[in-house]
Ligand binder design. Structure first.
Ligand SMILES: [Zn+2]
Length: 476
């Protein structure tokens, strides 16, 4: 009886405090406090920070727990897609037979793979008819279509919120000083699309971020980059390498550069080494795609790429469709977890990646050791063997080679375009041919073509090797 009285008394006191606050015109909410330190952020910033703080726990969860929670999110995506996306009405019908919360990996791995051409032909059939309003406004994302096959998917504002959270994570992992200046070298903003006050983090002390056009000639791009004098630079690995080599040629070094960040192309060990040698900076790699957002970020303690499990479920499959074991490489298949506008289920993005053992850093996020490239970057031999060739390091001893690109024209011929400071001698041509034959495991005819320039694609990407053999260009 006495207890009960106490309870009632407490309740009364509370009510009267609330009443006092109300009388004083105070709301029961805290924040936003934009002028405080630390700030109490409002809206999207606070959402990104709230997700980022959960990520600190997720990345060190026991793998089983992390996987279980992620599968629940995959299940939400599947049920939502089945209910609201015409394309999935039949193919995902089986999910209705599974009790809520019980979809497992076996079910997921039995679902059909979604290809780029299916996305293209499905068109609006792949859009949800009931995108949740709490995911924010809908936007269209269109890939650059480096081989003329762009795809378009719808996303929501939630993607930007997630993306900022994942950016915070990589900045935190690598201890980047975001108060300094960053330069992004990528495709230029569309007219009118440039943000009013571009910064490179949602943190209140974030420094400016300047975008430079990746399609400028390297000499011009280099001058702009030096003028900007950033502390961090973000670009495609190949462009970073060309800029570093320009530094070597001109003797002009970026004064304040402390890190380079790369995306969009395969970062080779040779490019890492070149940037270390010339600029004395580490390269922090990432793996993302226009239609997906972030897929993986480099570990702060190794060169492993950690899958960003809050944004995507990644499967790496061998030719029979089975999961690759650590050390093996296969096709990357992705299920985005936060796209409820154009849900993609088991989307074959077109890249190959190598699966890694769990990382020694203590983070339990799955590991990819390397992104190898696309179908068209695979060299195909007569005996059916396929591999991703890498000859950058082997051509290094030829100091006068400034740029090169290998192109498999047939099962017997490889064209090797070379930009060099002086013409090749007969002996040097023979040496190069021998290197290519050894590296490509076949006595190819190597046609050395000396050119003045090897342009990058319109999307700023550069391919060191591409193949015309049909098996190797099944997709974009
Ligand atoms: Zn790690």
């Amino acid at each position: 009886m006495a207890k009960r009285k106490q309870k009632i008394a407490l309740k009364t006191r509370k009510t009267s405090a609330a009443a006092r606050n109300k009388a004083a015109g105070q709301s029961h909410q805290v924040g936003p406090l934009k002028q405080n330190w630390p700030i109490l952020p409002a809206d999207r910033t606070s959402l990104s920070m709230a997700i980022f703080s959960q990520m600190q726990f997720i990345e060190r969860m026991p793998p089983e727990q992390q996987n279980r929670l992620q599968l629940r999110q995959v299940e939400r995506v599947l049920r939502f897609a089945r209910e609201t996306v015409p394309f999935y009405r039949e193919s995902l019908d089986e999910i209705r037979r599974i009790p809520d919360g019980e979809m497992d990996e076996a079910f997921l791995s039995g679902l059909p793979i979604l290809t780029r051409s299916e996305i293209q032909s499905a068109g609006l059939e792949l859009r949800s008819t009931r995108t949740p309003p709490e995911h924010g406004p809908v936007f269209l994302q269109r890939t650059s279509g480096s081989t003329g096959k762009p795809i378009e998917v719808a996303t929501t504002r939630l993607r930007a919120v997630m993306s900022n959270a994942h950016t915070l994570r990589t900045h935190y992992w690598h201890r980047l000083d975001v108060s300094q200046k960053s330069v992004e070298i990528r495709t230029a903003y569309k007219p009118g699309a440039e943000p009013k006050k571009p910064v490179w983090s949602v943190l209140p002390w974030a420094g400016p971020s300047k975008r430079l056009d990746i399609n400028l000639p390297i000499s011009e791009l280099f001058d702009q980059f030096i003028d900007e004098d950033p502390s961090s630079v973000l670009s495609h690995p190949y462009t970073l390498m060309l800029l570093a080599e320009r530094s070597r040629e001109t003797g002009i070094q970026p004064k304040n550069l402390s890190t380079a960040r790369s995306f969009a192309e395969t970062l080779t060990p040779n490019i890492r080494q070149t940037l270390r040698e010339i600029w004395n900076v580490p390269v922090i790699d990432s793996y993302s795609a226009t239609e997906i957002g972030i897929i993986a970020h480099q570990c702060p303690d190794s060169e492993n790429l950690h899958v960003q499990v809050e944004n995507v479920r990644v499967e790496v499959l061998d030719d029979s469709g089975n999961q690759c074991e650590p050390g093996m490489s296969g096709k990357v298949v992705i299920t985005p977890l936060q796209n409820f506008a154009s849900p993609l289920v088991r989307y074959e993005i077109g890249d190959y990646a190598e699966v890694g053992e769990s990382c020694s850093c203590g983070r339990t996020l799955p590991v990819l050791t390397r992104i190898l490239g696309r179908h068209r970057n695979l060299c195909v031999l007569k005996n059916g063997e396929r591999f991703f060739p890498e000859i950058q390091a082997d051509l290094k001893p030829f100091g006068h080679i400034r740029q090169f690109q290998a192109h498999q024209k047939s099962l017997e011929d490889i064209d090797l375009k070379i930009v060099a400071e002086r013409p090749f001698t007969r002996e040097e041509k023979n040496e190069v041919e021998a290197i290519v034959q050894k590296k490509f495991h076949y006595p190819f005819r190597v046609n050395i073509i000396e050119v003045d320039d090897i342009p990058r694609a319109a999307n700023g990407k550069f391919e060191e090797f591409k193949s015309d053999i049909p098996e190797a260009k099944m997709d974009d």
